[in-house]
Design a protein around this ligand. Structure first.
Ligand SMILES: [Zn+2]
Length: 291
């Protein structure tokens, strides 16, 4: 049995939490008081029953989210989240016009054309690097996904081929957006992020909880609705130059995720609050235009 398979699952709310199971193997069940506990339990059950210790779960209906967040989900746009990964060599400072920050290691300036270098064949069609701590989170697409994207979608980005891993035919293309919709802080919510004094960069995500609790809080990136164009281009980039994700019309994103030739992508809410709810006192990264 291969590892890292996709398992189509469903779930219900119970009196004391959640119950979730694999749709075509209903005896593979997970229970928990919180959604995260339920996911952990179901992941363990999949491993025990099938030997797939790295199973990835996809849910229909979509995973439950916090209603305080969902109320701000954009009605027409959603995020397309990478689930796959590509293992890369250490980030070359020449990949950015300003190199890497001495304080936080994150890129400074804009992306040059120096390619990223893969050291292992990637998994999935929409990928991040496989290290959580990698200072740059490029979005890399497979040739298969590249072939499915429209000219208008691709026109929102510059494309730099990733130097492939030795002895593999698998090719990835790094997308470099031309502009970004920045993350903002929400007034009254608890903000989480890092601020680097050396380069001035701030990353922020928020939770409506009064305190951040990693075990129970739902933490998300939020945009200001004022930053979303009234007639959005075919694809938007949400985040910053070194950590972003694609945003697409919901129908189009569903088409891509459900395409039998596409693996390793999922959809999540694109949360946008009205400008009067944006907390301007938190220092934020500004939208950046690249040449
Ligand atoms: Zn820095």
């Amino acid at each position: 049995m291969s590892e890292g398979r996709f398992w189509l699952c469903t779930w219900v709310k119970t009196t004391d939490g959640y119950k979730a199971w694999v749709i075509n193997r209903p005896k593979i069940v997970g229970n928990g008081a919180t959604w995260q506990d339920t996911l952990d339990d179901l992941g363990g059950a999949i491993c025990l029953a099938t030997g797939d210790g790295e199973g990835r779960m996809r849910f229909d209906p979509p995973e439950p989210t916090d209603a305080r967040i969902s109320q701000w989900a954009h009605p027409k746009l959603c995020r397309l989240d990478p689930e796959g990964d590509v293992r890369l060599t250490e980030l070359d400072p020449r990949c950015f016009t300003g190199g890497l920050c001495k304080g936080c290691d994150r890129p400074v300036g804009s992306r040059t054309n120096v390619p990223l270098v893969a050291i292992w064949p990637g998994e999935g069609d929409l990928c991040y690097p496989n290290y959580i701590a990698y200072p740059y989170r490029p979005v890399m697409i497979s040739e298969r996904l590249f072939a499915l994207l429209t000219r208008a979608e691709l026109a929102t980005c510059r494309m730099i081929p990733v130097q492939p891993a030795p002895r593999t035919r698998k090719r990835y293309i790094e997308l470099v957006p031309k502009r970004f919709i920045p993350r903002v802080a929400v007034r009254g919510w608890t903000c989480w992020g890092t601020h680097c004094k050396a380069c001035g960069d701030t990353d922020v995500s928020c939770t409506p909880d009064a305190e951040l609790n990693w075990a129970t809080s739902t933490v998300t990136g939020v945009a200001s609705s004022a930053d979303v164009p009234k007639r959005p281009p075919a694809m938007l980039a949400f985040g910053s130059v070194h950590d972003w994700g694609p945003v697409l019309p919901i129908d189009r994103a569903c088409d891509l995720v459900c395409n039998p030739n596409v693996a390793g992508t999922r959809i999540s809410e694109f949360v946008t609050v009205p400008p009067e709810l944006v907390d301007k006192n938190v220092k934020l990264a500004k939208a950046r235009k690249l040449p």
